[in-house]
Design a protein around this ligand. Structure first.
Ligand SMILES: [Zn+2]
Ligand SMILES: [Zn+2]
Length: 341
């Protein structure tokens, strides 16, 4: 079912079935739903996801250029620019997104950026935001951790296509260890089978984790790092190699690309947490639910914002428990104290 708020909708009254079919043939970007005496033409929208590590001498100038470009194409989304490159998610009409890709590739450093197309629309974002940040990925002081040249991050893990991930596992079996590069809560609802999930609430905890002795026993194994779209692993894999991990890999395009190839019939299990209003994405109609409700332990992939206004954490809570407003707090500490009478 198409949601009208997801698309720009134009009504063409009294269009016959034959014309409708003809228009459908000439333009793949239009969807049609026909009624008795009306036909709805829906302009198709999509979301683009991309990142590029490349040295940027003047991030402010790139920011202004990107903001002007996106506004002129009526895109919405989030873009970060840093001295290390560009990271963005933007939604809009397919034709406008194509124009955006073409214009962005004009900048020499962004020429071979890989743009991933995903389902969604500009309505998935409240506005267009373009910001300059010290770091492209939020690790504390990670800009001291690695350097970037025109080929990307220097000293990162080897890139694997989804198929090559399977080949590695077939060849080396238990000697291959999956390492979750995301925050802990994301792995609660979906991860690679038997993956190591570090204890991290924010990306900032990552360096402390890597510097502990917790992972000494896997330092000589084949460690495959993974994250949502691949960007965090560019940095994580470099940080791991610097700390004595000897054979580090990263999945090209992250879980998103892997899921497109293997869905729920490979080594991935569960739902993928995403950072727009969709909250989670499933790769097939037979996604396994691996998350457990914080309160009753029932299977769920449903995250809700903690009801305490000042808290930015999420609570993993099933549809039943969610009905009880007293349970919508992510820890006891966030639940309002009942005053003793
Ligand atoms: Zn529950
Ligand atoms: Zn809370």
């Amino acid at each position: 079912m198409l949601m009208s708020q997801d698309y720009a909708v134009v009504f063409y009254r009294v269009l016959g079935v034959r014309e409708t079919l003809f228009l459908r043939v000439i333009s793949p970007y239009f969807y049609f739903t026909t009624g008795v005496n009306s036909c709805t033409i829906v302009l198709m929208q999509k979301i683009l996801l991309y990142y590029k590590f490349t040295p940027i001498r003047d991030p402010e100038a790139v920011k202004l250029w990107q903001k002007t470009l996106c506004d002129s194409l009526q895109l919405r989304g989030r873009i970060l620019v840093s001295q290390h490159g560009l990271n963005g998610t933007v939604g809009g009409d397919i034709d406008d997104l194509k124009r955006y890709v073409k214009a962005t590739k004009q900048y020499p450093g962004f020429k071979d950026t890989v743009f991933k197309w995903s389902d969604g629309s500009r309505e998935n974002f409240p506005r267009m935001s373009v910001k300059v940040r010290r770091e492209l990925v939020g690790f504390k002081n990670s800009d001291d951790e690695f350097e970037v040249d025109e080929h990307g991050v220097i000293g990162g893990g080897k890139h694997l296509k989804p198929r090559q991930v399977h080949e590695l596992v077939e060849q080396y079996g238990d000697d291959v260890v999956f390492f979750d590069g995301r925050n802990e809560h994301e792995a609660k609802i979906g991860k690679f089978k038997d993956a190591v999930v570090p204890n991290t609430n924010t990306s900032r905890d990552f360096i402390a984790e890597l510097e502990s002795d917790k992972y000494d026993d896997i330092k000589n194994k084949k460690v495959v790092t993974y994250c949502t779209g691949g960007i965090r692993c560019e940095v994580i894999s470099a940080m791991m190699k610097k700390r004595g991990f000897t054979d580090v890999y990263q999945i090209d395009g992250g879980i998103v690309k892997y899921g497109e190839s293997y869905g729920d019939d490979g080594l991935w299990e569960g739902s993928l947490r995403v950072f727009d209003d969709r909250m989670t994405v499933n790769f097939s109609d037979h996604t396994k639910t691996i998350g457990e409700c914080t309160h009753c332990g029932g299977k769920t992939s449903n995250f809700e914002n903690c009801a305490r206004a000042e808290c930015n954490d999420l609570v993993l809570i099933c549809e039943d428990c969610k009905q009880n407003p007293d349970l919508l707090y992510h820890t006891e500490a966030c639940r309002p104290k009942v005053e003793a009478v």
